[in-house]
Structures are given as structure tokens and as C-alpha cells.
Design a protein around this ligand. Structure first.
Ligand code: NAP
Length: 270
């Protein structure tokens, strides 16, 4: 996948590229359709199906979110415990998605609850830039993203807070406008895009992802469902207000087995 991504990055206008695969070659079209010069094992074919659509950096960028939830739609318990809802295969999947992204984005509550590193450790690939959405610069310096030096961390804040403080715990602060308490996610995409960071992997939590979804700023949403019922706790996607069924999102769906879990890859672009 990394070779395919690099090949598309080198030839962004190419309608298809060719990369080595085993002793043969793999031809990949811009939307991810592929053809191998020799038969490919089933497991490898599944990986090509899943990841190749994410290997071509599009001109207007790509925003992909991922959430792991229970059958009853919970991403964490009431007190924020979420390790782990989904299994090893989904964790590996997240690391692969990080490796294909320019940035990995999380909200303040995920940083507070999980203290994530947001680096690529379970597969090959470079670490993406880590982006924390912290509107009023409330996070303390005790979190790994500010301490471990493993990758660059950027903080996204409300404009008025960013004007007062351009740096937080050694990380640059980027200001974006907000309406009420909600930061403009299209402004977040634009601010990152201006720095050449156009492939976004939004890893949670539910509130952060829901802001992107509601604003129509998500190209893809990956929901991995684990065969468990938590019974209470925090929701994944949740948009405030009464939404009639005729306003439901109806993305194109692809399904993949990830160990005991099922990944629904929702495409809002198609
Ligand atoms: N199962 C999974 O896949 C998964 C993944 C990640 C996290 N989690 C779990 O989910 C929980 C956290 O998720 P969550 O949904 O409660 O919170 P979250 O999305 O992590 O963080 C939400 C907070 O981020 C800030 N924020 C993000 N986008 C914003 C926007 N567009 N405008 C304004 N503020 C924005 C706000 O901070 P302020 O409150 O400071 O205004 C908001 O309250 C934790 O328990 C974590 O363990 C689970």
C-alpha cells in the first residue's frame, strides 16, 4: 500500500499506476480498482480491496473517520473506558490507516481518556502529524502527544485563543473560527491543507467525528462493529436534534471482516 501511495504521490494526475507485487506487478486505478499479473491469495486480495481506494491523494484532499463500537452503538463506557471495544485486527487496521494519512485527528476528550500516542507501531509506515482539537486550550502537558516527541503535534483552537497563545506545551496552535462552541471543520481542513496536510484520519471520539459528518466534511466513515453489547456509555455518531428519516445519510457501503469484528466502510462520495 505504501508503494502504491508513493507512486500516486509522484504522479498525482495518473489514471493508473503499476507497482511490484511478489514476483509480478499490480496495476491500480485511481479509484482503487486493481489487477494483478498473477493470482493473489484471498487475504491479500481483501487488503487490496480495503486499502487501495485510500492510496490516491485527491486534489481536494480526503477526510476519513474511524470509530470502533459495540452492537448497541457505544464507543466507550460511561466513565470513558474504551480499551478495547474492537479487537486486534481493528487495531492493526487503524495503524495502517494512520500510515496512509498525513494527519491523525482526535478531540480533547479522547486525549484525556486514553492518552493516545497516535503513532504507527503495528505496521510499517511513517508517523502522521498528530492534531488535537482543543478549542479553549484546556489540555495539560501530561499527555503523550505533547511529551514523547515521536511525531509533530498541532493543536487546533478557537481563533481568539490561538491569537493569545501561538504555542501550547511545545506544539503550534492553529486558530479557526467557531459558531457558538463549534469550530468550523471546513476551516480545519483548509488550515491543514495550506500546510500540505490533506489526507486526514479522524480517530475519534464520537463528538469530533459527528462534527465532521454534520458539516458534510467527511469523505468516508469507517465503523467497526464488535460483537458485544455494552448497555450504556458514550455513543459514536450522534447529531443533536430530531433528524427525520429522509435526512438520513445513505452512503455506499463496503463490508470487511476484521477478526470477530465487522468493518463498514461508508463512502459519502459515491
Ligand atoms: N472506540 C473507539 O473507536 C474510540 C476512539 C476514540 C475515542 N474513544 C473514546 O471516546 C471517548 C471520547 O469521545 P467523545 O466523543 O466523548 O469526545 P472527543 O470527540 O474525543 O472530544 C470531544 C471534544 O473535542 C473538542 N472538539 C472536537 N471537535 C470539535 C469541533 N468541531 N468544535 C468544537 N470542539 C470540538 C471539544 O472539546 P471541548 O470539550 O474542550 O470544547 C469536544 O468536547 C473516550 O472515552 C475515548 O476513550 C473511543
Amino acid at each position: 500500500m505504501l508503494a502504491t501511495r508513493a507512486a500516486f504521490a509522484a504522479q498525482p494526475e495518473a489514471k493508473s499506476i503499476s507497482v511490484p507485487l511478489g514476483t509480478g506487478s499490480l496495476s491500480v486505478a485511481a479509484q482503487g480498482d486493481w489487477q494483478a499479473s498473477a493470482p493473489v491469495e484471498y487475504e491479500i486480495a481483501l487488503q487490496l480491496d480495503l486499502y487501495l481506494p485510500y492510496c490516491q491523494p485527491r486534489r481536494r484532499g480526503l477526510a476519513v473517520a474511524h470509530i470502533g463500537q459495540s452492537l448497541d452503538g457505544r464507543i466507550a463506557t460511561e466513565n470513558g473506558e474504551s480499551r478495547w471495544v474492537t479487537g486486534e485486527a481493528d487495531l492493526l487496521h487503524c495503524h495502517r490507516m494512520r500510515a496512509l494519512a498525513d494527519v491523525v485527528i482526535v478531540g480533547t476528550r479522547t486525549v484525556q481518556a486514553d492518552d493516545p500516542q497516535l503513532t504507527v507501531r503495528r505496521c510499517d509506515g511513517r508517523n502522521p502529524v498528530r492534531v488535537v482539537i482543543d478549542p479553549e486550550l484546556s489540555l495539560t502537558d501530561r499527555h503523550s502527544v505533547f511529551r514523547d516527541g515521536a511525531a509533530t503535534t498541532l493543536v487546533i483552537a478557537a481563533q481568539e485563543y490561538a491569537k493569545r497563545r501561538g504555542e501550547m506545551h511545545g506544539s503550534e496552535v492553529l486558530g479557526v473560527p467557531r459558531t457558538g462552541r463549534t469550530l468550523s471543520v471546513s476551516a480545519i481542513r483548509a488550515a491543514l491543507g495550506q500546510r500540505g496536510l490533506s489526507v486526514l484520519f479522524i480517530e475519534g471520539g464520537g463528538i469530533t467525528i459527528s462534527h465532521f459528518l454534520e458539516a458534510g466534511c467527511l469523505d468516508r466513515l469507517q465503523i467497526t462493529i464488535a460483537p458485544m453489547i455494552i448497555g450504556s456509555g458514550r455513543f459514536g455518531v450522534a447529531i443533536a436534534g430530531d433528524r427525520p428519516l429522509d435526512r438520513a445519510f445513505r452512503p455506499r457501503i463496503r463490508r470487511f471482516n476484521l477478526g470477530a469484528d465487522t468493518l463498514f466502510d461508508c463512502d459519502f462520495d459515491g
